[in-house]
Write a protein that binds this ligand. Structure first.
Ligand SMILES: [Zn+2]
Length: 113
């Protein structure tokens, strides 16, 4: 949970800096992309987020999470699928497949006044 708390604070930091640069005085919502292989648990991040916004211009704002799955392509049979695990068994032929991507963790958009 400590992990998600520091991530939440980092997200709020980035959003506040961006908002200030744009002369905004209030943040209404923050959209973040979280990859399935980023190691971040969305529920834990949501839980920490409210505390992280306390006494900042983001206080009370909404957190929109865009959860991105990783892509996997079987080298044996060419089957492509989405997954939230790094190591997978191909659903079609049972071969081991390593997923790619899914490591994003970034502020995608903020909505300000
Ligand atoms: Zn396969």
């Amino acid at each position: 949970m400590m992990h998600e708390m520091s991530i939440a604070m980092n997200i709020v930091d980035i959003a506040v800096q961006t908002a200030q640069k744009n002369g905004a005085h209030k943040i209404n919502s923050i959209t973040v992309e979280i990859g399935a292989l980023s190691g971040v648990v969305p529920e834990a991040l949501e839980f920490c987020f409210e505390a992280a916004t306390k006494e900042t211009m983001a206080e009370g704002c909404r957190l929109e999470i865009v959860y991105l799955k990783a892509q996997a392509e079987c080298s044996a049979c060419g089957f492509k699928f989405e997954t939230d695990q790094f190591l997978n068994l191909c659903p079609q032929c049972g071969e081991q497949v390593f997923a790619a991507g899914g490591q994003q963790l970034q502020v995608k958009a903020i909505n300000v006044d």
